[in-house]
Design a protein around this ligand. Sequence first.
Ligand code: SAH
Ligand code: SF4
Ligand code: F3S
Length: 481
Amino acid sequence: MSKKIDVEKYFTPDLTQARKRTKKTIEEVQFDLIDTYKSIGHNKTYIIHTYGCQGNEADSETMAGILELMGFKKTSDESDADVILINTCAIRENAENRIWGELGRLKAYKRQNPNLILGLAGCMAQEENVVERVLKKYQHVDIVFGTHNIHKLPDYIQTAMFGKERVIEVYSKEGEIVENLPKTRNHKYKAWVNIMFGCDEFCTYCIVPYTRGKERSRSKDEIIEEVKELVKQGYQEVTLLGQNVNAYGKDKKEDDYTFGDLLRDLNDTGISRIRFTTSHPHDLDRKTMEAIRDCEHVMPFFHLPVQSGSNRVLKKMNRHYTKESYLEKLNELKETVPGISVTTDIIVGFPGETEEDFLETLDLVEKADFEGAFTFVFSKREGTPAAKFEDDTPEEDKKQRLYRLNEKINDGYLRGSQRFLGETVKVLVDGVSKHDDEVLAGYSEHQKLVNFRGDQSLIGKIVNVKITVAKTWFLMGELVD
Ligand code: SAH
Ligand code: SF4
Ligand code: F3S
């Protein structure tokens, strides 16, 4: 449990607690909404602003599901909303700065409508310094809750609305697994499915193990049931979510059921496409690679964050692999699943990273032949070990490294597009293109964005498209039978 500070009634985060890992078994809790809460939102509206990763997008769908069960209706008009929730991300400083700006901006609506309930949720709420700042300087925020207690949202809304009290309740603990949560999904054909929560990797730069608790896997039966239900509802694609999906099931040693087994079982549910994110290289095993090879519904796409190509930096990051062992595993994956598209994440300017270290990263990028990457400049996160590492690289050098890296990464995107020229690919049609509503857009099995002319009745279907143009960021083609 977290320590209580300041005012007795507030539960504020505690990063030292959040870091602790024990062998205690993870509890499974069932969500239930008491009848008296089911009409609280009658004639009232809500908005949720979501930042951060797919895990947060999935959490926002749960928050929306809970609010709708309470009778709230979604609106897009902030001046009309009765509840505004901001689901936040703490991964980098610039992500947080945007959110502070957002909180300032929303103050105007609170002045206009004093009954408006403004809530801060997500990973930022799990940080000590954030909650201190909200307590002192953001009096207009009514509710603060973290990643462990989304299911208690009805209580918080009720207290803020009728008790007219501020609610600050953040737990810094390993966490449990909450089932039976309602979800209002944002997409009709593609769905997020959580397969595990938390992270035990403790990469030295990363805040996630502190904000999301211990690595814990959902039961396979719950996951399979959820996917079967999605198939019934007409969903075509699921993306399995976890900070390190390759570790799925490893927290339940007695079951001997891991990620590869789950992929095989989900392949039989009738869902057309299975994707997953994210993976830690050192937990990627042969069984998973073979499952991708054998399962026709598991897509030939793999996001495998490498972070750096320098062994010295990888060690300081606590990543448990070397440049050589990463490349070896990658080659094994590419040999097992020919044609698989691989993307990655890379951080430049980690404390103490030299020009030589950076050149190792460029060399790895060349050898790995990635077809895309998210690239970042290191951002210092209070409470993580790397925040105390000496960092004497000038910001300007870090920016230059990012620029040089991105040039190489963009070449990879282009090569990854060009290999499909003249090929016919299967596209799940998402909707109309952002730039031209007579053009349809969707993703191929290898996760390439494809634009082509076609009738809007094709939205939600999987169609064949022959690729005629290959650009860095997208493909263009013609519908074929
Ligand atoms: N669990 C996932 C990724 C989570 S965060 C994984 O390990 O693959 C997504 C990416 O953000 C990370 O892969 C990393 O590249 C980046 N990141 C995390 N912490 C960061 C920090 N402090 N500064 C810069 N980038 C960071
Ligand atoms: Fe962060 Fe590392 Fe866990 Fe990914 S694996 S969430 S980078 S600690
Ligand atoms: Fe951000 Fe939390 Fe996801 S820090 S990246 S929202 S796990």
